[in-house]
Ligand binder design. Structure first.
Ligand code: PLP
Length: 390
């Protein structure tokens, strides 16, 4: 008999009843260091006091009123995102896939609006992940996500990640935009080089294309800047973000320049729940913490500690670990053993991580992590690798 909850996930048999900072506590009384962070969602850890206070206070006032009316929380959060990014305007939604679906729509609308309606296709990267809607599984192009859901939305041309020549070669008169993740997450923590991102900017400019980034996972402070592409000193025309933005409350956003969003007028896009007052109260609190003095510096310092520690482990356990990858607090280790074996050992020893493509284990600590928890996690990794090597 089918389970009451549709069985679309291979879930670990673990139930958590409480979270606090970097820790999760299971119903059977165990404590875990949470370096999965709900897949980069719990950016401020669990039950951050500022988020709890914002949620509770808004809960007593107003939860939802619809986008038929002005929502001051949206205006406030949008202003903060705009002040700290390339964007001139923001659309709020509820998830990463919804944000990316909107990004794709915006790219088409821009081309139509500026006199090139024949330009509707988007160049994306192989091993990319953009969500689980019909358009975003086609954009990602992973066979395992598409199987049985054909026909695939025919609007994407996929090229190897990191190869500028392949992007140039894929451009046709129907190309509207280029879309990549500055750091591929699900694909296996693969950072684009800064020169690749700069090259994409130039190609887009030279060919009248929009440059779109998916910072659903790598954005919101993950890399030690609010957005990962900011390390490259270039800007996209449009970008989707989500995961860390609500810190655990479902919030996504499409961020765009005024030029790119020129066609997004009343009636062109919508979302019933998008940016409701409850969501905006939490996102506002998250941004206040992230934008405070010293926060990004903390992320970079913790990222360096983790990077150094992982480097030592890769050297020490060369039969188990092949290499470390990533930036800031978005890191991973590529395994020489099946990564699921290592992650099971980590769980048994009290450390939560996330699997990814390319036999990689993602290590995504909450951004508020402290050196003691990084040391503890590295110690668990060290023991697990030693056990696997034996
Ligand atoms: C998680 C993710 C998405 C999809 O987000 P959902 O909230 O699961 O819809 C899209 N793009 C990237 C890069 C992601 O990591």
């Amino acid at each position: 008999m089918i389970s009451a909850v549709m069985p679309t996930y291979a879930r670990a048999d673990l139930v958590f009843e409480r979270g606090e900072g970097s820790y999760l506590f299971s119903t059977d009384g165990r404590r875990f260091i949470d370096f999965a962070s709900g897949v980069a969602v719990n950016a401020l850890g669990h039950c951050h006091p500022a988020m709890v206070a914002a949620l509770k206070s808004q809960a007593d006032k107003l939860w939802h009123c619809s986008n038929l009316y002005r929502v001051p929380g949206q205006e406030k959060v949008a202003a903060k995102l705009i002040a700290n990014s390339f964007a001139d305007t923001v659309f709020f939604c509820n998830s990463g896939a919804e944000a990316m679906e909107g990004v794709i729509k915006l790219c088409r609308k821009y081309q139509t609006e500026t006199g090139a309606p024949e330009r509707y296709r988007v160049i994306t990267a192989i091993e990319a992940f953009h969500g689980r809607t019909l358009a975003t599984i086609a954009a990602g192009g992973q066979a395992k996500h598409l199987k049985g859901f054909e026909p695939m939305v025919d609007a994407f041309d996929r090229v190897p990640f990191g190869d500028l020549e392949a992007v140039r070669a894929a451009i046709t008169p129907e190309t509207a935009a280029i879309l990549v993740e500055p750091i591929q997450g699900e694909g296996g923590i693969r950072p684009a080089t800064l020169d690749y991102l700069r090259g994409l900017r130039k190609i887009a400019d030279d060919n009248g294309l929009l440059l779109a980034f998916d910072e659903v996972q790598c954005g919101m402070g993950r890399t030690g800047k609010l957005f990962a592409h900011q390390w490259a000193g270039i800007t996209p025309d449009v970008m989707g973000t989500a995961k860390g933005l609500g810190g655990g409350f479902p919030v996504g956003a499409i961020m765009a320049t005024e030029k790119a969003a020129c066609g997004m007028v009343a009636g062109t896009h919508g979302s019933t729940f998008g940016g409701n007052p409850l969501a905006m109260a939490v996102a506002d609190a998250v941004l206040d913490v992230m934008l405070a003095d010293g926060f990004m510096e903390h992320v970079r310092k913790m990222g360096d500690l983790l990077w150094t520690g992982l480097g030592e482990l890769v050297n020490k356990h060369a039969s188990v670990l092949e290499e470390r990858r990533g930036a800031g607090l978005m890191q991973g280790v590529k395994c020489r053993v099946p990564s699921t074996e290592l992650s099971k050992k980590l769980v048994a020893n009290g450390l939560l991580t996330v699997g990814a493509g390319d036999n990689v284990i993602r290590i995504l600590p909450p951004l508020i992590v402290e050196p003691a928890q990084i040391a503890e996690a590295l110690d668990i990794l060290n023991r697990a690798c030693a056990e696997l090597a034996a």
